[in-house]
Design a binder for this molecule. Structure first.
Ligand code: PLP
Length: 452
């Protein structure tokens, strides 16, 4: 951990420059108050005033290996000394090795890797591949999903708050995925939810015209929208619908992949292999921007003798690939995926369920690995969310007060609408989890005060 003394003046200077010149994502520029961060290590980061925070958000669910892992930092430094950049058309040792390690870990025959700089570009390219492979145009995605902030990805995202314009994207159709706690199908148990969600998808496909549908894209476990673990059989059912109609099945594992759920990929929990799998974040914990698409043999063959019309100058960037190689090797050597599975099952899950019993504001706890959500409610019986959909200002006060209480307790939470997500690094220790959950427990009393 940093031994540097606090330096509030330096923090104030960083913030002043930020406010003068940095235009922030997803924000009203005049309403935000970004925290100046001085450094980070493992599960923690700290500001210039001497406050240290346990990072229970993992920087947008990104730092699966924790902050500043020494092996990854060293690999980036070493690569920078050797070769900083190389155009995508060349073969380079770290790019080949990163692709090999990723292909080895992805399920089934997803053996070819197209590199991008992040998740949204991965989604854009997966959709393009599916359209060119099938010769069809439509893509189906679920409400309550997040697929990224670029042109097609933002419209595939099933959340109108994100749509930059109301014109939509040509060929995007939304449907409802399963979510028993707030069931779109009024189901009473998981089996019913699964059956009705598949029947609804089957009907959507029939009425959109299967011959016009290029792909169905799903987050294996929808993350940003609420960590909604699908019921057993759902993903296998979607796979079967896709196979029957010649539709490409894309699983978006940008958030759920690379250890987050306690397996290398969330798809491994369900024994399902998609045709295309998008990834980013955990592949190298975001130390250098990197994402990509893992492609099966059939779709790869489409572009064997015919050029794939897509590419990015920084695709497979050597610094990013070197950090991915070091990350994936360290994750295997240090049993980091196993740690995520064990700590989720033995510590986080049971502790959150116990917390839920004591707090009237916790309606539901759901998740797996180090990927958990608490659905906060005004009333446990009615399940009315603690704040209304898309709440702002005074309407959002209960969640804002809850987040502030977490931070006072040294915990940096992930908060989205009426939910808080518990998404620490996959390297998190039992002691750190206990420290974080103590602060969370305390902060929930603030949310409890808004229940009726
Ligand atoms: N897909 C999923 C499932 C995501 O969670 C995200 C980001 O959170 C994206 C795509 C977009 O990734 P990026 O922000 O790297 O473009």
């Amino acid at each position: 951990m940093s031994t540097l003394p606090p330096d509030p003046a330096a923090g104030a200077a960083v913030k002043a420059a930020d406010r003068a010149h940095v235009f922030h994502s997803w924000s009203a520029q005049g309403l935000i108050d970004p925290l100046p961060v001085a450094g980070a290590e493992g599960s923690y980061f700290w500001d210039y005033d001497g406050n240290r925070y346990l990072d229970f958000a993992s920087q947008l669910v990104n730092t699966n290996i924790g902050h500043q892992h020494p092996k990854v930092v060293a690999a980036i430094q070493e690569q920078a000394g050797k070769l900083c950049t190389l155009a995508p058309g060349f073969a380079v040792d770290v790019r080949s090795e990163a692709a090999r390690l990723i292909a080895e870990r992805t399920p089934g025959d997803l053996d070819k890797i197209f590199f991008t700089n992040g998740g949204a570009e991965a989604v854009e390219n997966a959709v393009r591949m599916a359209r060119l492979h099938t010769g069809r145009t439509k893509v189906l995605s679920t409400y309550r999903s997040y697929h990224g902030g670029t042109a097609a990805a933002i419209h595939l995202t099933g959340d109108p708050r994100r749509w930059a314009s109301d014109t939509g994207a040509a060929g995007v159709v939304h449907f409802w995925g399963p979510f028993l706690y707030r069931s779109p199908f009024h189901a009473e148990n998981e089996a019913q939810e699964c059956e009705r969600a598949l029947a609804h998808l089957e009907q959507t496909v029939a009425f959109e015209g299967p011959q016009s549908i290029a792909a169905i894209i799903l987050e294996t476990v929808p993350g940003t929208a609420g960590i909604m673990v699908p019921p057993p059989g759902y993903l296998a059912g979607v796979r079967e619908i896709c196979d029957r109609h010649g539709i490409v099945f894309i699983l978006d594992e940008v958030m759920a992949g690379f250890g987050r759920t306690g397996h290398w990929f969330a798809a491994d929990h369900f024994g399902v292999t998609p045709d295309l799998l998008t990834f980013a974040k955990g592949v190298n914990s975001g130390y250098v921007p990197l994402g990509g698409v893992a492609i099966n043999a059939e779709i790869a063959a489409t572009f064997d003798q015919r050029p794939y019309p897509g590419g990015l100058t920084y695709s497979g960037h050597p610094l990013a690939c070197a950090s991915a190689v070091a990350t994936l090797n360290a994750m295997a050597e240090e049993r980091i995926v196993e740690n995520a599975a064990e700590i989720g099952e033995k510590v986080i899950g049971p502790a959150l369920r116990e917390i839920a019993e004591r707090h009237p504001s916790v309606g539901e706890v759901r998740g797996l690995g180090v990927f958990w959500a608490l659905d906060l409610v005004r009333n446990k019986e009615t399940r009315e969310p603690l704040v209304p959909y898309n709440a702002a200002g005074a309407d959002n006060a209960p969640m804002a007060e809850f987040a502030a209480a977490c931070k006072r307790g040294g915990l940096w939470p992930f908060v989205n609408m009426n939910r808080t997500h518990v998404v620490p690094a996959c390297t998190v220790t039992e002691a750190e989890v206990k420290e974080g959950l103590t602060a969370l427990d305390e902060a929930l009393t603030v949310a409890d005060a808004h229940t009726v």
